[in-house]
Design a protein around this ligand. Structure first.
Ligand SMILES: Cc1ncc(C[n+]2csc(CCOP(=O)(O)OP(=O)(O)O)c2C)c(N)n1
Ligand SMILES: [Mg+2]
Length: 582
């Protein structure tokens, strides 16, 4: 039946089949990817996509083979964030697809453009549930977890299918796209010339969305009325690559700015207007808040409650997604459009006589910030052994200052929250972390894609638990000889390494790992450099050496097991049992 359908789709030409040059699904997918500038595929081989991976590599596409699809998916997701072009993840059917799906959902939640391409089993067998090899109705399962999902059944539709996937991934609010390619599609043949003609080069895949002049004026009117204005930069602002316009706008306004985690470095954290070290003050005391590419989700306490204080607030929000407006609180001035167009329009409409932000507010914020920075300074210089978080992070803070173009990957609980606060960033899109979900497991996938997409050295600062979710990819890092230095903050567990089994049995507590584990030995198995660092000085030496040499390195940084706190900075989100025994 399916073959008959394929025959129908085949273009009719005068020449007999044997004399015509043919192409097939394998080649058309590769041609379609190349035509659209896709240079890299992240994936795991297997039926039905093994040969496809080989052929893509032979055709000049870089194919990075991982040990687990979730890590390949996270690599594709962050490649999308870094390049504004969809990152491609390639998997086998059912289990491989499901392994990649977490990353696809993560990409969608974080608004990163990504396409998960999975091979799938025979449609006729899947739909009759007759028990095919790796049988699963993947399209149906992917749909609720991504922005859009497509399936291509005919070789002649590969061009359109891929074009739709690319445009859906990057236009409007970017997100994850699922593209289902049944095994039979790869081998389908068609006339080569007709095949070439069927390919589509996507023109202007993410068209500018210019805001309405009235919306721009309304936003500036609200901003003008402010006595205590604040700008919050979200990772959408970092994604936009409108760095110059954003910097000009912030500087022209003179308003203190607060970068969300992955927006750090858009303007340097050391910029005089940066309010990162005065976060609680500016959230409480501000009266007008302009969000640029940031959402009022849990990370900003939904724009209300204790964090935001009693002072009445007015929000201005710049976002490409109209539905984002009023998501949690009333938005007094919605500005809908792409960040670059919106910020440029605001800049232009400000004219040359824009009054700087009220001086008393600006100086109150910088005073608070200086106070907090100097309070923290001595803790960062301690040389304790075993190290505490601050001693170890003080060293990394200096290293990043000296190497501002290196990329910092960061996950964990205490390891994440404290590193975010301590390590200043100086350039846009250099800090990659757990994002909207606070998910563990992005570390090695992000580090690999960051090295490949940017060619810059990568420093991955990982909690020992966080690292475990993607740790096997140190082999991938070694295999591709990537300039990645992984530092594991090893405190023997999740949050702390000191918990005990409250049932009194011989099993360890639920949050602790093997004490004194030597993660550095792992990378040595694959020819990388392993270092055990017990003091800040040792850590500093080892990281500098790794960053200079570019050799894959894993440093086991021994952290006091008692140094962390439950859930890092978000312990308040843990539900409490009213019946808890004292
Ligand atoms: C996929 C996923 N599973 C579980 C969690 C819950 N979780 C949050 S942080 C964390 C690990 C924290 O330990 P570690 O990485 O060692 O950091 P530390 O606080 O010890 O420095 C876990 C398991 C999560 N965020 N994501
Ligand atoms: Mg830990």
């Amino acid at each position: 039946m399916a073959d008959a359908a394929i025959q129908e789709k085949k273009p009719v030409t005068a020449a007999p089949e044997t004399e015509r040059e043919l192409t097939d699904g394998f080649h058309l997918i590769i041609d379609a990817l190349k035509l659209n500038g896709i240079k890299t595929i992240y994936g795991v081989p297997g039926i039905p996509i093994t040969d496809f991976g080989r052929m893509a590599q032979a055709a000049g596409i870089r194919v990075i083979s991982f040990r687990h699809e979730q890590n390949a998916g996270n690599a594709a997701a962050i490649a999308g964030f870094l390049t504004k072009s969809p990152g491609i993840c390639l998997t086998v059917s059912a289990p491989g697809f499901l392994n990649g799906l977490t990353a696809l959902a993560h990409a969608t939640t974080n608004c990163f453009p990504m396409i998960l391409i999975s091979g799938s089993s025979e449609r006729e067998i899947v739909d009759l549930q007759q028990g095919d090899y790796e049988e699963m109705d993947q399209l149906a399962i992917a749909k609720p977890l991504c922005k859009t999902a497509f399936r291509v059944l005919h070789a002649a539709d590969i061009g359109i299918g891929l074009a739709r996937a690319i445009r859906a991934a990057v236009s409007g609010r970017p997100g994850g796209i699922y593209l289902d390619l049944p095994a039979k599609l790869f081998g389908q043949v068609m006339d080569a010339e007709a095949g070439q003609k069927s390919l589509v080069k996507v023109i202007d895949p993410a068209p500018a969305q210019v805001p309405a002049p009235a919306a721009v004026k309304r936003a500036l009117d609200v901003l003008k009325s402010a006595k205590h204005p604040l700008i919050i930069l979200g990772k959408g602002a970092a994604y936009a690559q409108a760095d110059d316009a954003i910097r000009s706008f912030v500087e022209k306004s003179g308003i203190p700015f607060l970068p969300m985690s992955m927006a750090k470095g858009l303007l340097p954290d050391t910029h005089p207007q940066c309010a990162g070290a005065a976060r609680s003050t500016v959230l409480k005391d501000s009266d007008v808040v302009m969000l640029i590419g940031g959402r009022l989700n849990w990370l900003l306490s939904h724009g209300k409650g204790k964090t935001w204080g009693d002072a009445p607030k007015k929000f201005i929000q710049i976002d490409i997604e109209p539905k984002e407006m009023d998501s949690n609180v009333e938005i007094a001035a919605p500005v809908v459009g792409d960040i670059g167009s919106c910020v440029s329009a605001l800049l232009e409409a400000m004219g040359s006589k824009w009054a700087a932000a009220p001086a008393d507010w600006v100086s109150a914020v910088s005073k608070k910030r200086e106070e907090n920075v100097s309070k923290m300074a001595p803790r960062l210089m301690n040389n304790n052994s075993p190290m505490d978080y601050h001693g170890a992070l003080g060293v990394l803070r200096t290293i990043v200052k000296e190497r501002p173009d290196a990329i910092l990957v960061n996950e964990g609980a205490n390891t994440l929250d404290l590193a975010r606060g301590v390590i200043d960033m100086y350039q846009p899109r250099k800090r990659l972390d757990v994002g909207t979900w606070g998910v563990m497991g992005v570390g090695m996938g992000y580090a690999i894609a960051a090295a490949i997409e940017t060619g810059k050295p990568v420093l991955a600062v990982e909690g020992d638990s966080a690292f475990g979710f993607s740790g096997m990819e140190v082999e991938t890092i070694c295999r591709y000889k990537l300039p990645v230095c992984v530092v594991i903050f090893n405190n023997d567990g999740i949050y702390r390494g000191t918990d005990v089994n409250r049932g009194g049995g011989s099993d360890p507590a639920t949050t602790v790992f093997v004490k004194g584990a030597r993660y550095d030995k792992m990378i040595e198995a694959f020819g990388g450099v392993g270092v055990n660092a017990t003091t800040p000085d040792e850590l500093k030496r080892a990281v500098n050496e790794a960053m200079d040499s570019g050799r894959p390195t894993l440093i086991n940084a021994v952290i006091d097991p008692a140094a962390g706190s439950e859930s890092g900075r978000i312990g308040n989100l843990n539900p409490q049992s009213a019946l808890r025994k004292k």
